[in-house]
Design a protein around this ligand. Structure first.
Ligand SMILES: CC(C)(COP(=O)(O)OP(=O)(O)OC[C@H]1O[C@@H](n2cnc3c(N)ncnc32)[C@H](O)[C@@H]1OP(=O)(O)O)[C@@H](O)C(=O)NCCC(=O)NCCS
Length: 272
C-alpha cells in the first residue's frame, strides 16, 4: 500500500521500492481514480450511497440507472427505464446477435465467449444505433430547424438517420408504440420522443415511404431526456440484451449437436 512502511509513494510492487535497485529507473505508479464506487469493510459505496440499501429496496433497473448516471431516478423515470430494459431483453432466435452466440457456443466455446460473440454483433444496424440516434436528436435541437427541415436536408445530403427503419417492421415497431404507452401511463413526457415521432412523419412525407421509429430510436430519445451521456447508448442495449444471449447460448448447447453450419442447399454460389 502506498505510504506503508517500506514502500515508496510510487506503489507497492517490489520493483517500485525506493533504493531496491539503483540501476532501475524509478517507476511512477499508475494512479486509478474513480467517482463511481468504493469498497469499504462492510459495504460498497456507489456515488456516495450504500449499495446494501439498493439491494434492499431499489432492485436492478433503478440501481443500473443510478450507477450509470449518478442520479436517482424519479418514480416515472424508474418505471420507463425499467420498461426500456425489459423491452430489449430478447428479439427471437433469428436476430444476428442471438445467432452469433449460438454459433460460437456450438463450436465448443465457453459461455463467456458465446455471450461476447453476441455482444460483438451489436453494431450500427442492430441494437447499436442508440448512441448515434441520441447525437442525431441533439443535433436537430441545436440546429434550430424543424423536424421536416432537418429531414429534408438530411435526405438531400444522403445522410442515414439512425433510429429509423427496420428490417422486418415496415409499418410500425410495436416496441416503440408500447414504450410510448408506458410513458403516457406514467405521465412521463419527452421532448425528444415528440421530436423523433415528428421526424418519423417528416421522413414519410419526404421519402414517400415509411421508415418506422425503431426501438433504438425510441430508447435514444428517452435516454437523452433522462440526461444520459450518448457514449452510454450502446451500453444500455448490451445490458438489456445480455440475458437473452445467455439463454440462447445455453439452450444451443443443451439441445443441439456441436457445430452449426449453413446447409449447402441454402448457399448460392455465383462465382466463376
Ligand atoms: C435497419 C435498416 C438496416 C433496415 O434496412 P432496410 O430493410 O434495407 O430498409 P428499407 O428496405 O426499408 O429501406 C428503404 C429505403 O430507405 C432507406 N433508408 C432506410 N433506413 C434509412 C435511414 N435510417 N435513414 C435514411 N434512409 C434510410 C434505404 O436506403 C432505402 O432507400 P432506397 O429505397 O432509396 O434504396 C435501416 O433502416 C437502417 O440502417 N436504419 C438506421 C440504423 C438503425 O436505426 N438501426 C437500428 C435497427 S433496430
Amino acid at each position: 500500500m502506498p505510504g506503508a512502511p517500506g514502500y515508496t509513494k510510487a506503489g507497492s510492487f517490489p520493483h517500485q521500492r525506493e533504493g531496491k535497485n539503483p540501476r532501475r529507473k524509478k517507476v511512477i505508479c499508475m494512479e486509478f481514480k474513480t467517482a463511481i464506487s468504493k469498497m469499504t469493510d462492510d459495504d460498497l459505496i456507489i456515488h456516495g450511497k450504500k449499495h446494501s440499501e439498493m439491494v434492499d429496496s431499489w432492485g436492478f433497473p433503478k440501481t443500473i440507472f443510478f450507477l450509470l448516471s449518478g442520479k436517482e431516478p424519479s418514480e416515472a423515470e424508474a418505471a420507463v427505464f425499467d420498461a426500456m430494459l425489459t423491452t430489449v431483453i430478447d428479439h427471437g432466435m433469428g436476430v444476428a446477435s442471438a445467432l452469433t452466440s449460438r454459433f460460437v457456443m456450438s463450436t465448443g466455446n465457453p459461455l463467456n465467449a458465446a455471450v461476447a460473440g453476441g455482444v460483438l454483433c451489436l453494431g450500427d444496424y442492430h441494437g447499436g444505433s442508440i448512441e448515434k440516434a441520441m447525437k442525431l436528436y441533439a443535433e436537430v435541437k441545436e440546429s434550430g430547424k424543424t423536424a421536416a427541415e432537418f429531414v429534408k436536408d438530411a435526405f438531400a445530403n444522403k445522410k442515414l438517420l439512425f433510429g429509423f427503419g427496420h428490417k422486418v417492421y415496415k409499418d410500425k415497431d410495436p416496441r416503440t408504440s408500447h414504450l410510448a404507452e408506458i410513458c403516457k401511463k406514467n405521465s412521463y413526457t419527452s421532448k425528444y420522443l415528440t421530436l423523433a415521432l415528428d421526424m418519423e412523419k417528416a421522413i414519410e412525407a419526404e421519402k414517400g415511404k415509411r421508415l418506422v421509429l425503431n426501438v433504438d430510436g425510441a430508447i435514444a430519445a428517452l435516454l437523452l431526456e433522462m440526461g444520459f451521456d450518448p457514449a452510454m447508448g450502446k451500453g444500455f442495449f448490451i445490458i438489456g440484451r445480455t440475458p437473452s444471449l445467455v439463454a440462447q447460448a445455453v439452450e444451443e448447447k443443451a439441445r443441439e449437436k456441436p457445430v452449426r453450419r449453413v446447409s449447402e442447399d441454402d448457399i448460392v454460389y455465383d462465382g466463376k
